[in-house]
Design a protein around this ligand. Structure first.
Ligand SMILES: C[S@@+](CC[C@H](N)C(=O)[O-])C[C@H]1O[C@@H](n2cnc3c(N)ncnc32)[C@H](O)[C@@H]1O
Length: 402
């Protein structure tokens, strides 16, 4: 499938803008329940996820439901017209030409089907059509990014963790305002746009030029362009501190070096925490006196001890910045379980880290409530055992999560 590069031609941008506006007007942007089977084996045991999987009701783009067919049927009943375009633009499904043509008629001022094909926004596949763009509704904004396919050169990631941090930010920042915000490893701009509601200006940076082009496009499409800007950069290089708010959903997955080239969005270096460590090391220079940083990252647990708190203590220990780490879930990577176990870790803990000089110096680790701890403990034990068994062919991760 050929993928037109953003920013694309003027015609490409105009067509994407018209499609985006039409989908938004037809209320696609406000539907965050999209039942899909993607990555369902990796879904973490999380109460909101389980509830969503059972009831089909969640605030989240549901990448992790255990019963996609059932929920999809319910979804079809509730949103009969939208269902067709959801499959095409939101879930990456190949859809019959006639169905797409009919469904596009229900989108105000949508470009004609032939124009979308000509511009490469829809790719022809034996009388079926596939979208080369993926639309994702999140927090009231409608994002465009790549479909989950890491074979796309410069693949731009938007996954479950993007939604998790964006949700956390919205609740942590409610009713608060900041002057200057920085989004490190911005991807297609999800976090930058989430904090733009609370900051006078937002700067985002990513090492991947295609991600930056998507981020710029998303800021424009969602009407945030004047106060949000993006650039290609290695972490904060070239940024002019201080910043009142720093957010980052960086690459943090511990995987073999051989996967790096194909997984720039997930590859976190040694123990997955090399980039996270670099960000923490820069916080002292970057954060304004009362500034606040929010990061999400996954930490391997080595000999029963999670590594991230140790790294945070190492990099923030000499500063007057305090940090609090809230565990969100435990996980075992299905295809990396053996690799990580050889390195000394049988499961990971996913954290939300908040750092600020207004917090008492030192690292405070919060605990999960005991029912969650018990549930996750059981889950990771079972998952570690199940994933240790040799399975037939390795199923490559298409890109829905790192
Ligand atoms: C997990 S993705 C998250 C993207 C986005 N923040 C989100 O929440 O959807 C990590 C991003 O970090 C970028 N990245 C990797 N190494 C980087 C570096 N050294 N400096 C800046 N960005 C980097 C990748 O290109 C990718 O877009």
């Amino acid at each position: 499938m050929t993928t037109p590069p953003p920013p694309g031609t003027r015609e490409w941008r105009a067509a994407v803008a018209a499609l985006h506006a039409g989908l938004d007007q037809a209320h696609y942007g406000s539907i965050e329940q999209v039942p899909t089977a993607t990555n369902r084996f990796a879904f973490p045991l999380e109460w909101s996820n389980l509830r969503a999987a059972i009831t089909g009701k969640g605030r989240r783009l549901m990448e992790h439901t255990v019963s996609p067919t059932f929920h999809r049927a319910r979804f079809r009943k509730r949103h009969p017209t939208q269902e067709r375009l959801f499959g095409l633009f939101f879930l990456g499904e190949a859809t019959a030409r006639a169905r797409v043509s009919k469904a596009l008629d229900s989108i105000p001022d949508a470009p004609a089907l032939e124009e979308l094909v000509e511009l490469g926004i829809l790719a022809d596949q034996e009388r079926r059509l596939r979208s080369t763009l993926r639309f994702v509704p999140l927090g009231g904004d409608l994002f465009v990014t790549d479909p989950p396919d890491r074979s796309i050169p410069g693949f731009t990631y938007l996954g479950r963790d993007s939604a998790v941090l964006s949700d956390l930010l919205r609740s942590a920042l409610r009713g608060r305002s900041f002057e200057r915000a920085l989004d490190l490893c911005c991807g297609c701009g999800v976090q930058a746009l989430a904090v733009s509601h609370h900051a006078g200006s937002v700067e985002g940076s990513d090492i991947n030029p295609r991600a930056v082009a998507f981020a710029e496009l998303n800021a424009k499409l969602n009407g945030k362009a004047p106060s949000v800007s993006f650039r290609v950069a290695d972490l904060a290089s070239g940024a002019a501190p201080p910043f009142d708010l720093i957010v980052a959903n960086p690459p943090y997955v511990w995987m073999p070096d051989s996967e790096r080239a194909a997984n720039l969005d997930g590859f976190g270096g040694a123990f997955g925490l090399e980039i996270v460590g670099k960000i923490l090391a820069e916080l002292d220079c970057l954060l304004a006196p009362h500034g606040e940083a929010h990061l999400v990252a996954e930490s391997p647990v080595l000999d029963g001890t999670p590594l991230l708190p140790r790294i945070a203590a190492e990099f923030l220990g000499e500063t007057n910045i305090g940090a609090s780490l809230a565990p969100l879930w435990y996980s075992v990577h299905r295809h990396r379980a053996a690799f990580q176990r050889r390195g000394g870790s049988s499961y990971n803990i996913y954290y939300h880290l908040v750092a600020s000089r207004d917090l008492p110096p030192g690292i405070r680790i919060q605990d999960l409530r005991w029912p969650s701890r018990l549930a996750y403990g059981t889950y990771v034990r079972m998952a570690a055992r199940a994933f240790a068994k040799p399975r037939g062919k390795r199923v490559p991760n298409p890109g829905a999560s790192p």
